[in-house]
Ligand binder design. Structure first.
Ligand code: FES
Length: 169
């Protein structure tokens, strides 16, 4: 049922109906404006869903696109031997309290190292899931809990790379 149909069914007509419709449109405009998609595809505003996770997986983008990303949480030089583990599918490393893994070719993922069950920093990437070695909480790559200890979900981050530099944001 549209707003117009609802107001009509509630007995409003004529000038009163028009006044209500006009005020309703303004309310809608405010609501839409509150959900602003920023250039890095995050959503700001008040209308959020509990437990929402952002897209964790991304492939190769251009260096120009990579440089547009702001608010980075970690930046890694993939050409450095320090991060050699991130060159092998299934490999992961912990950088700045973030677990970063190469889940498949050209696809990096990232999540907080801190578990949501208890604040233990024991998250790893294992068997194509996020796994806490403390009590066995298992999370999907998008942070959804897969067992009881994981019911609160896991914070995951967006990742982008141009093949040389990897950015977690
Ligand atoms: S602290 Fe991670 S499963 Fe308990």
């Amino acid at each position: 049922m549209t707003r117009y149909e609802f107001l009509k069914s509630a007995g409003f007509s004529g000038a009163a109906l028009m006044a209500l419709l006009t005020s309703c449109v303004r309310e809608d405009d405010k609501y839409v404006n509150a959900l602003t998609v920023t250039p890095d595809n995050t959503t700001t505003g008040t209308a959020t869903t509990a437990g929402t996770v952002t897209t964790a997986v991304s492939g190769i983008i251009t260096t120009e696109e990579l440089n547009k990303i702001t608010s980075t949480k970690a930046k890694i030089d993939l050409t450095s031997t320090t991060y050699a583990k991130l060159k092998t599918v299934g490999g992961y490393m912990i950088v700045s309290n973030i677990v970063i893994a190469l889940s498949k070719a050209n696809t990096y993922i990232a999540a907080t190292v801190t578990c949501s069950h208890e604040p233990k920093k024991q998250m790893i990437y294992y068997n194509n899931e996020w796994y806490c070695t403390a009590h066995g909480a298992r999370f999907s790559l998008t942070g959804a809990g897969l067992n009881g200890n994981a019911r609160a979900g896991l914070k995951v981050y967006k990742v982008a790379t141009d093949g040389k530099t990897l950015v977690v944001y």
